[in-house]
Design a binder for this molecule. Structure first.
Ligand code: ASP
Length: 519
């Protein structure tokens, strides 16, 4: 069975198993504390088994032994707030937590009026937790495998991409034009994504059931700090943490560039070595990608089992936002550039490039599409070998407009969620970080299925947001991936046409005339 069908089948199976688990088990919530009664009939905290104070809250907000509880509200301030107005016994609290379920933030008011904050998690002793455990375990291993590949993929793909530019006199001119196009369209894409995600706001108040107590610290850096931190003090340090991806990307860009400037011998050795490493890492990645159906299954069981089907409702708005941005970019922005800058009819170019678009859609991989792209640019697009073999392979790794806008929407979506469900603050500064990081991530993403999602982890780390969010987005990633890959290669072909025109090439996309003349 084709991989995308397989994923779909496992995805549906995951939802079904998750729903079944919901039917046959209870999901009592827990605030990580044992409660008891005092002799005067009050409810008091007897022991703390787990500190569930959301990060970023003050120490005074931590629930402590001896606290006398008078009121509990879950998701205070949100539309679906649950309230236990007068706490009279520990059993009351258990019943309340069982009915409210796991996955919110509890605001606990004490007798003296002070307020404490607590994450409500699935009671670890419950049947539901026990049944879910194997799925959670496997889903974690799957996520670790994906994360394991981040660093080697980014480094080898960027270095080989940039080094592939080669030297020579064409290098400067072609390089400037090509990169000028890549940078312009990628920023247009990210900008479009940012505008749409801020207009539609799919993450506001979304019920994703993600732990808001996870490890985020506030993003306090300003834009210049981010720029400064892009330059690593110690490259080996940068390689040791997935959060330092911008530093690795920076180093890889420079390293790749200076390979082209190196004397013949080191240039040859390094290019071959890194190219071989890239190929092997790609093999590892495609091996991990074989696990995607099962990974998605486990993640879905976990998500649906813990939080229910509601998770797809906020995700559907998120998906629609991504689709809308992709359509506007592919149907309005790129065609405008094509007709204004290259004076090529977008419709004609679209017809000429349709084999590329279909291949991209079904493989979800710019790299796998590359042979078709090169062939089609030459035979149907009438683009010269010199231009196409320069613009297309580089574009398959470096130029990903669809991925760029997807990164932006995905990250801001999660940040909006954490801003309304937890206490994350999505500042203007962090939005600027997202723009820059989404641009760099689209350069860093390898042209393989779901690479964009893996890269999203790096932006989440840069914003100090928890990584589980991306795991959730994986559930709906395949359809989005197919569409954004199509936009990625569509942009590569439009770029080839624009660069070719600037190089003085004529008759672009005239495959029908040529075919008629030949017959
Ligand atoms: N699959 C995409 C591509 O190959 C990358 C991504 O996941 O965004 O172009």
């Amino acid at each position: 069975m084709a991989q995308h069908w397989k994923i779909l089948v496992w995805l549906i199976a995951g939802v079904i198993v998750g729903l079944l688990l919901q039917q046959i088990t209870e999901a009592p919530g827990s605030i990580g504390a044992t409660l008891g009664s005092t002799s005067d009939g009050k409810v008091v905290v007897q022991s703390i088994s787990r500190n569930l104070t959301p990060k970023g809250r003050t120490a005074a907000e931590k629930l402590t032994v001896g606290d006398r509880i008078s009121k509990i509200a879950i998701n205070a301030g949100m539309a679906d707030e649950n309230l236990l107005d007068s706490v009279s016994s520990p059993e009351d609290v258990s019943a309340f937590l069982a009915s409210a379920g796991a996955g919110g933030v509890a605001t606990i008011t004490l007798e003296d009026g002070t307020e404490k904050s607590c994450q409500v998690i699935l009671d670890p002793g419950s049947d539901r937790s026990r049944y879910l455990y194997p799925f959670v375990f496997l889903a974690d291993i799957f996520m670790r495998l994906l994360k394991m590949l981040i660093m080697p993929l980014v480094f080898t793909s960027i270095v080989t991409g940039v080094a592939g530019l080669g030297g020579g006199e064409d290098f400067g001119r072609l390089g400037r034009r090509t990169f000028g196009y890549y940078v312009t369209t990628s920023f247009l894409a990210v900008g479009l994504g940012l505008v749409l995600v801020n207009l539609i706001r799919p993450g506001d108040g979304a019920q994703l059931g993600l732990s808001t107590a996870a490890q985020f610290g506030q993003e306090s850096e300003n834009w210049l700090d981010i720029l400064r931190r892009m330059v690593p003090e110690n490259v080996f340090d940068a390689f040791t943490g997935n959060g330092n991806m911008l530093q690795v990307i920076f180093f890889a860009l420079l390293f790749g560039f200076f390979i082209t400037r190196a004397p013949e011998k080191p240039k040859k050795i390094l290019t071959e070595l890194l190219d071989s490493a890239f190929q092997v890492v790609m093999l590892m990645a495609s091996w991990v990608m074989k696990l995607v159906p099962y990974g998605v299954f486990c993640l879905l069981v976990k998500v649906v089992g813990e939080t229910g089907f509601d998770v797809f409702i906020p995700l559907s708005t998120y998906m629609l936002t991504v689709f809308l941005a992709l359509v506007i970019h592919a149907v309005v922005v790129l065609p405008l550039l094509l007709s204004i800058v290259a004076r090529v009819s977008p419709l004609k170019w679209f017809r000429a490039m349709s084999p590329v678009l279909m291949t991209a859609f079904s493989t979800s991989s710019s790299s796998l599409t590359l042979p078709t792209t090169l062939n089609t640019l030459k035979s149907r697009g009438k683009v010269s070998n010199k231009t196409s073999s320069f613009v297309a392979p580089l574009g398959a790794t470096v130029n990903m407009d669809g991925t760029a806008l997807y990164e932006c929407i995905g990250v801001v979506f999660l940040a909006q969620y954490y801003a309304t469900a937890g206490d994350y603050v999505l500042t203007f500064g962090s939005q600027v970080t997202v723009v820059m990081a989404a641009f760099l991530a689209s350069i860093g993403a390898a042209g393989i299925p779901s690479a964009g999602l893996i890269m999203m982890l790096t932006i989440l780390s840069a914003l100090k947001l928890p990584l589980e969010g991306a795991a959730l987005l994986l559930a709906v990633d395949r359809p989005l991936d197919m569409c954004r890959t199509m936009v990625n290669v569509w942009s590569d072909t439009v770029g080839s046409a624009i660069v070719a025109t600037r190089e003085g090439e004529k008759g672009l996309g005239d495959f029908e005339t040529a075919e008629t003349a030949e017959s």
